[in-house]
Write a protein that binds this ligand. Structure first.
Ligand code: F6R
Length: 602
């Protein structure tokens, strides 16, 4: 994954890079590095294993400069070490490069062009910068050498490079990996996302795949793959610096969990004005005309797709099929005659989903992206976009984006159903029901101390756990389980409650924690039966039950919401369980090991 940032001009480059890298840490945090220089070519290259704070400890106050590039890494090729940390330097020493992405043909490039070179690490990036150095031997300019290398490199990349002989210029290029230009007065920037640059500017220019950009303090020149110059308007980001602070919260995750009621209300305000649904006609037509909807997503977003399937099918009278984006290429479903592909992605940058979008677009199928990332790759490349309006989600574990995804899917289903006069949509007062969801969420959040107490002791020392549920609760069980395992490292399975007895119940032993979810009377008696089965084998059960089917001995009681929207209410205790279990285990809640927020490798 990795995050990159660069600056050139009248700013203290070190300061801009460190601030930017801190905002990008969500993209990877196993090692980091910066290179800074200035007109006098006073240069510093510093790397450190671990978080940005480790890098900061190594940087003296005398290190500033006017041009710089920085990188925070999520290892793909080679372990987390200083040798593998970016920036990397060409064999000649002239070029210094940071990279996000994966170069697929790095071995071939090495064998064909770089047999005589010596490498310090194992990264594909080092091969890229050596290749640029190699191309420079037969090129009149660095721009020409960079362009030649770009033509040879296959895979995904966002590059920012400094030619040490030309310290006032950044050479930038991208393919598949995200990269934006930030415009300042007397300085310009480059970064993996807008948040990395928002302290310096609100004005951004998109870079498209296979473009090269030359960034100087007073100019930004964009070239297409043929070398022709392109003019592109900038846009102003709506992001606010205060959106990306933690405020008084100890962790972003808790802040983001708490923000969910207001996100739901914001979605109502944005999408329902005077009872009218603010969904563009093209999207309504695309869903209406489709004979089948394929939802393509990964991880939590995939779970949000499942949570939306039932109401989407009912309100739009169209079948919905779920596809894991990383599996799509290997398990291609038999496509219907008029499919519509909906890509659900918090970041809008997930490489697994993007590669499916590229394929389905090539086949001529229409696409809609549902994302929290305005201007993100999936948003730009799909025919349509619906934004989550959830505000930046910084914690690696997704919470408010999940609930916002389901809410926006509900808005879309209702808008389509209402436009077509479908019965299920007519009967469903979405505005009112989402307001009830927000109220239910507030009640659960107000009682979070109780959840902290329930979790204490039960999950602090355990190695494994289960979530069980039936129907919609099964999908929440999948999400609750992912949340718990990704931040607390407890091995947890989200299971269809009725399926447990077909094998997996063998894993239940004395003290195994099982969280059981019951949101409706239709599943209550059967799931309660499954609870008895696991309890009689020693499991310690926590029940999470909707108020209208709860009994006094239940542990967590959630105010009841409409049956279409139960996931939105029932997921809140599971998020809090993951949060408190991790807190009690003393782990880094916002930045769990081995993960990154934006998964830009396949
Ligand atoms: C888990 C989580 C991941 C993401 C997945 C897809 O908390 O955040 O499972 O849901 O990596 O990412 P997006 O939604 O950005 O496509």
């Amino acid at each position: 994954m990795c995050g990159i940032v660069g600056v050139v001009g009248t700013r203290n480059a070190t300061d801009v890079l460190i601030q930017g890298l801190q905002k990008l840490e969500y993209r990877g945090y196993d090692s980091a590095g910066i290179f800074v220089t200035d007109e006098t070519r006073t240069e510093t290259l510093i790397k450190a294993v671990g978080r940005i704070a480790k890098l900061q400890e190594k940087i003296g106050i005398e290190v500033n400069g006017s041009t710089g590039i920085g990188h925070t890494r999520w290892a793909t090729h080679g372990v987390a070490s200083e040798d593998n940390a970016h920036p990397h330097v060409s064999e000649t020493g002239r070029y210094v490069l940071v990279h996000n992405g994966v170069i697929e043909n790095f071995k071939e490039l090495k064998e064909e062009y770089l047999v005589a070179d010596t490498f310090v690490g194992q990264t594909d990036t080092e091969i890229a910068v050596h290749l640029i150095g190699e191309m420079a031997k037969t090129s009149a300019t660095t721009q020409e050498a960079f362009a030649k290398a770009l033509k040879l490199i296959q895979g995904s990349f966002a590059f920012a490079m400094v030619d040490r002989e030309e310290p006032g210029t950044l050479y930038v290029a991208k393919n598949k990996s995200p990269l934006l230009i930030g415009l300042g007065e007397g300085y310009n920037l480059v970064g993996s996302d807008a948040m990395a640059m928002i302290r310096e500017t609100k004005n951004f220019v998109e870079i498209h795949d296979n473009e090269m950009v030359i960034v100087k303090k007073e100019s930004v020149e964009i070239f297409d793959a043929s070398g022709a110059k392109i003019e592109r308007e900038h846009y102003v980001a709506e992001l606010d610096l205060s959106d990306i602070g933690k405020g008084t919260y100890p962790y972003y995750m808790l802040k983001e969990i708490d923000e969910q009621p207001s996100v739901i209300r914001r979605i109502i305000q944005k999408y329902v004005v005077d009872g009218e649904y603010q969904v563009e006609q093209g999207i309504i037509d695309a869903v209406t005309e489709a004979d089948r909807i394929y939802i393509v997503a990964a991880g939590t977003s995939y779970h949000a797709g499942y949570a939306s399937k039932e109401f989407f099918e009912k309100m739009t009278e169209t079948p919905v099929e779920l596809c894991l984006s990383s599996e799509f290429g290997y398990n291609i479903p038999l496509l219907s005659k008029k499919p519509l592909f909906i890509y659900i992605s918090q970041s809008g940058e997930t490489a697994d989903s993007r590669q499916v979008l590229v394929k389905t677009s090539a086949l001529g199928h229409k696409s809609l992206t549902i994302t929290n990332g305005p201007g993100s790759t999936l948003s730009r490349e799909a025919d349509f976009t619906l934004l989550l309006n959830a505000g930046p989600e910084i914690a690696v574990a997704s919470t408010k984006a999940y609930t916002a995804q389901i809410a926006v899917m509900a808005v879309l289903a209702k808008a389509v159903g209402a436009a077509n006069g479908y019965e299920a949509a007519k009967e469903f007062d979405l505005e009112h029901e989402l307001a009830l969801v927000a109220t239910s969420m507030v009640a659960t959040l107000d009682d979070k101390e109780k959840i902290a107490n329930i979790v204490e002791g039960l999950l602090t020392g355990t190695r494994n756990a289960f979530y069980i549920g039936r129907g919609a609760d099964y999908f929440v069980a999948m999400e609750g389980s992912l949340k718990l395992k990704e931040i607390s490292y407890i091995q947890c399975e989200g299971f269809a409650a009725g399926e447990l007895k077909h094998g997996t119940i063998a894993l239940i032993e004395e003290g195994t924690p099982v969280q059981a979810i019951i949101s409706g009377a239709n599943t209550a008696s059967h799931t309660r039966g499954n609870i008895m089965e696991v309890e009689s084998r020693g499991a310690k059960v926590i029940t999470i039950v909707a108020a209208d089917c709860a009994v006094p001995t239940d542990d967590i009681i959630v105010p009841t919401v409409h049956k279409y929207l139960t996931s939105l209410a029932m997921v809140i205790p599971t998020q809090l369980i993951a949060y408190y279990a991790t807190l009690q285990r003393g782990l880094d809640i916002d930045k769990p090991r081995n993960l990154a927020k934006s998964v830009t490798v396949e």
